[in-house]
Design a binder for this molecule. Structure first.
Ligand SMILES: Cc1cc2nc3c(=O)[nH]c(=O)nc-3n(C[C@H](O)[C@H](O)[C@H](O)COP(=O)(O)OP(=O)(O)OC[C@H]3O[C@@H](n4cnc5c(N)ncnc54)[C@H](O)[C@@H]3O)c2cc1C
Length: 389
């Protein structure tokens, strides 16, 4: 039987960050992902500068043969309403393609991995686990996204939780299509629903176009997406013949109440499996990386004793970092009708748009970087992705 000290289920940003940190500390880690990489992940691919900082990612080197789209302005407003353009005159964010970004992070982690291997069976055995009947591990990290099997094992009632439901399409534009697309590459557009339950985006990244819509209620998502696309074509943001195939996905944003249990004897959840995305913007890549590092540090501090009482500090750390007194994690004291009324007025204000909507909620400019994470994560050179024999 194959063995490892820590087995990580999922090779997205959460799993590869956790794995890289543990491997650097000399831990015997194995990472499994059900997909071969590069793989598609439904996502807008917007990252804030804090992502580059926490990963010590060299923008110049990264963009040599991958998309790293500079963003310096935004068009925002209500669907079918007036829009506001906010220009910063400098790069304030970036666009990446998840197929490239996740492959890069996984290669950079240098971790032993098996891709195309779905985790289906988890059994507790003594102080550890047997995974898929063939791998013995002492510690299990659930990084398998919203539907992570480790989260399910720990009791997540997947399918009955409050989620953000989203649909997205990303596809290349021909040079002719790019000429006809009225959204500049450095200016993503965000359009909010009138009921304030979600927003759509239109985002160009190099020669790719990304269109999507996310909502806090899962009802009629496909209909909302169709209506959103027809709004984009009606307003001339999108030519009617430019269409992609939409993919759906769901995930949870951080809430102090009604959280998934993310710590158990010999197990931790990270990233979307733990539900750590930011509640207003839905940003999940940075929280996934941060929770991956926090979990790795917790595992290292446990020093081989993986009873839940040794790991509980991780749950407290999540609450502190993602929910610590921030307006983000607090339930809104304002009724939905007042939200609708206020939303429409506030979104037409350029001051509110710049200082609250963009700076505070979407660009997260007052973000406190995890103190430990910067310098030590300069990764090792990418290793080839080979399937495990
Ligand atoms: C439509 C949409 C748009 C979004 N846009 C943005 C954005 O612009 N910016 C942003 O910051 N966030 C965005 N997010 C959120 C972001 O995509 C997630 O928060 C982020 O991907 C979480 O990373 P993760 O590593 O936890 O999970 P994932 O990236 O989902 O990775 C999980 C991995 O686990 C693997 N896996 C799953 N089950 C198993 C199994 N049983 N066995 C083995 N492997 C398994 C999967 O193949 C996958 O590779 C968006 C989300 C959606 C749905």
């Amino acid at each position: 039987m194959e063995t490892c000290e820590v087995l990580i289920v999922g090779g997205g940003p959460a799993g590869s960050s956790c794995a890289g940190r543990l491997r650097q500390a000399g831990v015997d880690v194995l990472l499994l992902d059900k997909q071969a990489f590069p793989r598609q992940k439904p996502c807008a691919g917007w990252i804030t500068p804090a992502v580059l900082t926490i990963l010590a990612l060299d923008a110049g080197e990264y963009r040599k043969n991958r998309v790293l789209q500079d963003i310096s302005s935004f068009r925002t407003g209500l669907i079918d309403g007036k829009t506001v353009v906010t220009s910063y005159g400098t790069t304030v964010s970036y666009g990446i393609r998840r197929s490239e970004f996740d492959l890069y992070l996984l290669q950079r982690s240098g971790v032993r991995r098996s891709l195309g291997e779905t985790v289906t069976i988890l059994e507790r055995s003594g102080n550890g686990w047997i995974v898929n009947g063939q791998i013995r591990t002492r510690m299990l990290v659930g990084a398998g996204g919203h539907f992570c099997p480790v989260a399910r094992y720990l009791g997540a009632s997947i399918g009955r939780e409050n989620v953000v439901a989203a649909q997205v399409a990303e596809f290349p534009l021909t040079p002719e299509e790019a000429r006809r697309c009225s959204i500049p590459t450095d200016m993503p557009a965000l359009f909010f629903s009138r009921d304030m339950k979600g927003y759509g985006w239109l985002f160009r990244k190099g020669s790719y176009l990304n269109i999507g819509l996310g909502r806090m209620d899962v009802c009629n998502l496909a209909r909302h997406t169709v209506e959103y696309c027809s709004f984009l074509t009606r307003r001339g943001y999108l030519a009617a013949d430019i269409t992609g195939r939409f993919q759906g996905h769901a995930y949870r944003v951080f809430q102090k109440q009604d959280r998934r249990r993310s710590v158990a004897d010999g197990a931790l959840l990270i990233g979307d499996a733990a539900g750590v995305a930011r509640s207003f913007s839905g940003e999940g890549i940075l929280p996934a990386i941060e929770s991956g590092f926090m979990a790795a540090d917790t595992i290292l501090a446990a020093n081989g004793d993986y009873r839940s009482e040794q790991l509980d500090a991780y749950e407290a750390g999540l609450n502190d970092h993602f929910g610590g007194g921030s307006a983000d994690a607090a339930p809104s004291p304002v009724s939905p009708d007042i939200m609708k009324f206020l939303g429409a007025r506030l979104l037409s204000s350029s001051l509110f748009t710049r200082h609250v909507l963009l700076d505070r909620w979407f660009l997260n400019t007052n973000h406190e970087t995890l103190s430990h994470s910067v310098s030590s994560m300069i990764g090792s050179p990418p290793a080839p992705l080979t399937p495990r024999k």
